[in-house]
Design a protein around this ligand. Sequence first.
Ligand SMILES: CSCC[C@H](NC=O)C(=O)N[C@@H](C)C(=O)N[C@@H](CO)C(=O)O
Length: 694
Amino acid sequence: MSEPADAPAPPSSPFADLAAFAALPRLAGLALSADGRRLAVAVQTLDAERKKWQSALWEVDPGGRRPARRLTRSAPGESTPTWAPDGSLLFTSARPDPEAGSGSGTGAGEDPERALWSLPAEGGEARLVLTHPGGIGAVGVAADTGEVVVTASAMPGATDAEADAERRERRKQAGVTAILHEAYPVRHWDADLGPATPHVFWAGALPADPAAGVERPAVELRDLTPGAVPPSGAGDDLHLSPDGRLLVRVETVPDGPAGRRDRLLLLETATGVSRALVDDPLADLSAPRFSPDGSAVVCVRESMSTHDDPPDYTLLHVDVATGAARELTPGFDRWPSAPQFAADGTTVYFLADDDGRHALFRVPAEGGEPVRMTTDGAYSDLQVARDGSALYALRSAYDEPPAPVRLDPQATGQHPEPLPNPGTLGRLPGSLHEVEATAADGTPVRSWLVLPEGASAEDPAPLLLWIHGGPLMSWNSWSWRWCPWVMAARGYAVLLPDPALSQGYGQDFVRRGWGAWGEAPYTDLMAAVDAVEQRPDVDETRTAAMGGSFGGYMANWVATQTDRFRAIVTHASLWDVDSFVGTTDAAYYWEREWGDPLREPKRYERNSPHRYADAIRTPMLVIHGDRDYRVPIGEALRLWYDLQKRGVPSRFLYFPDENHWVLTPGNAQVWYETVLNFLSEHVHGQQWQRPELL
Ligand SMILES: CSCC[C@H](NC=O)C(=O)N[C@@H](C)C(=O)N[C@@H](CO)C(=O)O
């Protein structure tokens, strides 16, 4: 494969050097042009000061001949590439308007909000197309007409951008940041829900670039969702029909006193009149996509979980005219996601976790038996060529970060064609293996095992058990945040198991751990560890365990149940499940499984790690971000206090301004450095090295 012009040079052993690791290019967000001749992808690299990751758009040749080339360049970066039918490339960016003063949506001296920009088909400078005081979020383009919808956060009662900006300014001048909530929830991830809330705006056909000297025409935004109010507003999950006449979108509606569920709305873009397309009190609907002729929508149905039953997912085919919905994948024992019609509308492609992979499937649009099309790897950002000749996607695996590939639209068992890749990795410091253990009840538990270079019977590697989050997840794709190769570069074997509750092994496998997190998920993990400890190239006397989020819950649980590990790292973890459920950003989601703690306390009593704090002997590293609204900081504060009070050797790595994930380059490096130093101290018995910057 040819080296792209202007590609960041890969360092020779990036996994052994945290600064070099942080500098590796990261790909996300693939988009195929309407004529199928151009692909755009967002590539993140470090900015000049190495303080943040900067996203730029690159072009990839779908034919695989021309080297990848960079299309955009600015300090704030560019993302969400979307092609218009005329071949121009739309993207969002908070870059300054070169025609400053002509309305970039900000006051003097302020950083611009994220705006919509257009790069002409024939190349040249991108031009600013539209702005909103709340910044532009999602962008939708009608495949045939090129008409555009965008989402942006708007202040309550603001009827236009001017009124919106005025309301923001008044709060600012008065020094008011308070929010008055009248409904649950009040936060999401790391953001407050209100007072501004997302709306969908119709921008219509974008004006052509004006002739020299002619003032840029303003794009009038028409609010398609004037009734959107906090806490939910109108989200980003939407799709325009090819003729731009209809918009299908997910609307979050109240479900009981403090609950929410998602339904599908169909909206006429000319009038703003809308009707429910799928409204199912027993399910959430998501990921709607129109068929090429606009007569049908395909979407994901997630049945509402209950105390007894985990959710189940299926695909729905919905007739737009009548709203008649039928299941496309009944009896398919996997969870389909990201459905899309084939170019001729006769087939639906989708992705699903399957046996340690995130595979591409197809199913007839009439319904039927889904067929798996790919053998290995994890796919995302699927793009369907409009002439039906090819599919494109980003493909990753545990040993490959996301990279663009071309797929055959029909073939099964395929290994896709790699395309020129703007990012290169260098050599991995070890090898990837697939291993299987047997749980006490006879259920197979599969895992990935990363072995460091040189691990052998003569020189067995210390073992690190790394537990995934979710819990409804699978270790099957590359992760920059949870990268086992950084550990392998320091000589650790890393075990990445998929215990009970993991996805890709069928509904019964999820059911085994439902409402009983401390039972089968724990014993499955121990069975996986027992099995790899039998290997001569693994040293069963030097082991540690770690995990984040649900994986952090499980790390805490492990700490209360066994002393077999020399150290435990717990990131963004649940400690007291009752207090977690009441303070997370969507309590109703977790309460369906766990129950109301006052009326049904049993699960909390049986499975909450904090109740067994007295049993902990293993040294623990607690890590948490204060902006984490998914697993609020109170969990870490109480865990830390409980450990300190009991004299358990422990350290607390606290990030005042990170969320559930550690997302800035400096903090990410210090995260790995602290974890590695803590492991060195306890697994290898070395002297504790305090990271220089801490
Ligand atoms: C309110 S939706 C919860 C979604 C999700 N759970 C899926 O099984 C979740 O956010 N769980 C967290 C507790 C968690 O474990 N998050 C992990 C994995 O998604 C993370 O790394 O963020």
